[in-house]
Design a protein around this ligand. Structure first.
Ligand SMILES: CC(C)(COP(=O)(O)OP(=O)(O)OC[C@H]1O[C@@H](n2cnc3c(N)ncnc32)[C@H](O)[C@@H]1OP(=O)(O)O)[C@@H](O)C(=O)NCCC(=O)NCCS
Length: 110
């Protein structure tokens, strides 16, 4: 059963050349992932949108964004990994980004 849905849209420019901001909400694995991209801010903005959409979907704020990782399967499909957070059921995540905006949708099923 679908229990929650969350969506978010962010301006990519907010995340350009902001290493202090990145450090506040990216996990180690996400830092590794963005290392290979020239336009890092697009991916980073997508991660932020994913985490905001997660908060909306599960209606919880009792965790730090750096405890949540947006990981990718072998085809590049994103999914959440959690460090020290328990969430029942399954989460589905989709991210999209362009030069100016990034957006994400999360569906919570249990
Ligand atoms: C995977 C694909 C759909 C991504 O779309 P895109 O328009 O290039 O890029 P978007 O900005 O919309 O999406 C990028 C995000 O998609 C997600 N993504 C990548 N591969 C994915 C996959 N296999 N499934 C779901 N999501 C995927 C990632 O989260 C990625 O962002 P991130 O790497 O920063 O986390 C696209 O590259 C693709 O392969 N399309 C199919 C092309 C094709 O076969 N065309 C045939 C035409 S005849």
């Amino acid at each position: 059963m679908i229990t929650g849905v969350g969506t978010d849209i962010v301006e990519v420019e907010r995340f350009k050349d902001k290493p202090e901001l990145w450090n506040r909400f990216l996990s180690g694995k996400e830092h590794e992932y963005i290392g290979k991209f020239r336009f890092k801010e697009e991916h980073i903005a997508g991660f932020w949108a994913a985490k905001e959409a997660l908060v909306k979907a599960i209606n919880r704020k009792d965790f730090n964004f750096s405890s949540v990782t947006v990981a990718h399967d072998e085809n590049g499909k994103p999914f959440f990994e959690f460090d020290g957070i328990e969430i029942e059921g399954n989460l589905h995540l989709s991210i999209s980004h362009e030069r100016k905006f990034a957006t994400a949708v999360v569906v919570w099923e249990k």
